[in-house]
Design a protein around this ligand. Structure first.
Ligand code: AMP
Length: 209
């Protein structure tokens, strides 16, 4: 099963994807996480995208499409995948259709107020990418990941100015994908406002699993 997770920044796509990996047994492929690893490694890709990502803007379509095409060609993605954070533009969606069939698109629906609350408190493990929240889901030990012991930090693009930009970019460039996929009969809406356990239940119901 080839699945796409769609929704504004802070809708909980990454958190849900980690749960969906256990439920569906598919690899979680997050373009944002791939970019963050490249930045941490100071690779040529990381150096190219750091300033763009920190400002809350989108990496260019060509670079992103090539990255996803290569990732989906790897062995673990042949049984299916959960694609989180891609596509984010209509040209990306059109390119994806050229190299992979999409079976379902899960649209995580949440108003801007919910997004701001979540992003403001979000903390991420630098090593394994696990998401925490300073109120809803604190690590047991301050600043230390429960899962791998890595450093838990605030993403540069979760700062207020970058968040505003990311929401604007989402509305203008990514939200049109909702109708794009709805018109193809692939879209499933999931209410992303409740706490994560309830969203998991909504997700399973919507997927029929
Ligand atoms: P995310 O972790 O999905 O919130 O992504 C973090 C940042 O990575 C985004 O704000 C963009 O700057 C960049 N990014 C991730 N996925 C894409 C994409 N599909 N197209 C362009 N830029 C992306």
């Amino acid at each position: 099963m080839n699945l796409i997770f769609l929704g504004p920044p802070g809708a909980g796509k990454g958190t849900l994807a980690a749960k969906a990996v256990e439920i569906l047994g598919l690899p979680h492929i997050s373009t944002g996480a791939i970019f963050r690893s490249a930045i941490a490694a100071k690779s040529p890709l990381g150096l190219k995208v750091k300033a763009i990502i920190d400002a809350g803007k989108l990496v260019d379509d060509e670079t992103t499409i090539e990255l996803v095409k290569e990732r989906l060609a790897q062995a673990d993605a042949q049984k299916g995948y959960i694609l989180d954070g891609f596509p984010r533009t209509i040209p990306q969606a059109e390119a994806l259709a050229g190299f992979s069939a999409v079976n379902k698109v899960v649209n995580f629906d949440i108003p801007d107020t919910g997004v701001l609350e979540r992003l403001g408190g979000r903390r991420v493990c630098r090593k394994c990418g696990h998401n925490f929240h300073i109120i809803f889901d604190k690590p047991k030990k301050d600043g230390v990941c429960d899962h791998c012991g890595g450093e838990v930090y605030t993403r540069d693009d979760d700062r207020e100015e970058a968040v505003a930009k990311r929401l604007e970019v989402y509305r203008s460039q990514t939200a049109p994908l909702i109708d794009f996929y709805r018109n193809k009969g692939l879209l499933i809406d999931v209410d992303a406002r409740p706490a994560v356990d309830e969203v998991v239940i909504n997700f399973k119901k919507a997927m029929g699993v």
